[in-house]
Ligand binder design. Structure first.
Ligand code: P6P
Length: 345
């Protein structure tokens, strides 16, 4: 019988990969695992306790705030500052960066960008949702509170990124730049156990994930690619399969394992797409590239190379199997030119 390797054992084993790290990153990842277990418990009980539904208010994004959004946000904030390894955080639920005015936090090495509960509109109907995190080394001097520039770093500067998917089973998937590994929560022992070692996404995908209700609002190149996915063609295995759950973490995770592309293109309503660069696109781009995939914006620019200018800036996202990302970029280039117009009338 294979030996069970828990998340903590794995992190410690891999710590040798980071000679410069004296265990801070390991402790931080361990605390993320702890926060994930707490949120998982609430997500799984959500139907039983008064934590479903809305708080009848909107967040800074103008989106309806679910009770679980706030719960997850607060749990991760507490766990992260409790790790004493984080100087500050940027989360979807807060307009500005959050920091802990203690000497311990001011001297911490890392900052964290977080989407505490992505896809939470699905929680009331029991569809998988997730938490997405991205970790950077701060660039301003330690001993002081972090500044905005600590968070506006290119995605290539991430030291770690990952997500937790609260689904039929709860998984934590992360990378520190040496491959992607997945851990499944074993509720009987309350531990995340290594279940998907060194994940590689299929280079050839046959699943496309996009909200087709916006079809007429997409650029011509995007529309042409969607038409291409639907055209029967035995040789290339088309029509491809359409799968869209409306929860990035769930759609991304399925495509990561099975191959496919997730797209959130520019539309009239969302000229820069809907997904945020810092705590959705960048962490998923780090993971998919480590797994052999590709992630670009609608100009074909590598997501990880984008220099952020705002904390909550949005970016069009095309992410997944290399062949499908290259295919859609060819349609965009030939139909829309290099800088495609945003959306159609
Ligand atoms: P739409 C959830 O709000 C989210 O950020 C992603 O998880 C999901 O893929 C997308 O938005 C769904 O957006 O416009 O298709 O409902």
């Amino acid at each position: 019988m294979n030996k069970i390797i828990t998340l903590n054992e794995f992190i410690i084993q891999r710590q040798a990969d980071f000679p410069y790290a004296k265990g801070e990153l390991s402790r931080l990842l361990t605390h993320i695992g702890l926060a994930a277990k707490v949120v998982n418990r609430e997500v799984n009980q959500a139907g039983l306790v008064d934590i479903l539904g809305s708080l009848e208010k909107t967040n800074i994004q103008g989106e309806e705030v679910k009770k679980l959004d706030v719960f997850a946000n607060e749990r991760f904030i507490n766990a992260m500052f409790g790790s004493s390894e984080i100087a500050g955080m940027a989360t979807e639920e807060r307009a500005d960066i959050i920091f802990d005015d203690t000497e311990m936090a001011k001297n911490a090495k890392y900052v964290l960008c977080l989407d505490p509960l992505d896809g939470s509109s699905n929680i009331d109907v029991n569809v998988s949702i997730g938490t997405i995190f991205s970790i950077y080394r701060r660039i301003t001097p330690r001993g002081h509170k972090p500044e905005l520039e600590d968070f506006l770093q290119e995605g290539t500067k991430q030291v770690a990124a990952g997500y937790i998917i609260y689904g039929s089973s709860t998984m934590l998937v992360y990378t520190t730049g040496r491959g992607v590994n997945g851990f499944t929560l074993d509720p009987s022992i309350g531990e995340f156990c290594l279940s998907h070692q060194d994940i590689k996404t299929p280079l050839i995908g046959k699943i496309y994930s996009v909200n087709e209700s916006y079809y007429h609002s997409f650029s011509k190149g995007v529309r042409k690619f969607i038409d291409y996915c639907k055209e029967p063609d035995k040789e290339s295995g088309r029509p491809y399969t359409a799968r869209y759950i409306g929860s990035l973490v769930a759609d991304f995770h399925r495509n990561l394992l099975k191959g496919g592309i997730y797209m959130y293109p520019a539309t009239k309503k969302h000229p820069n797409g809907k997904l945020r660069l810092l705590y959705e696109a960048n962490p998923m781009a780090f993971i998919v590239e480590q797994a052999g995939g590709m992630a670009v914006d609608q100009k074909g620019q590598r997501i990880l190379d984008i220099k952020p200018t705002e904390l909550h800036q949005r970016v069009p996202l095309f992410i997944g199997s290399r062949n499908m990302v290259e295919q859609v970029m060819q349609f965009i280039e030939q139909e829309d030119g290099i800088l495609p117009e945003n959306g159609n009338d």
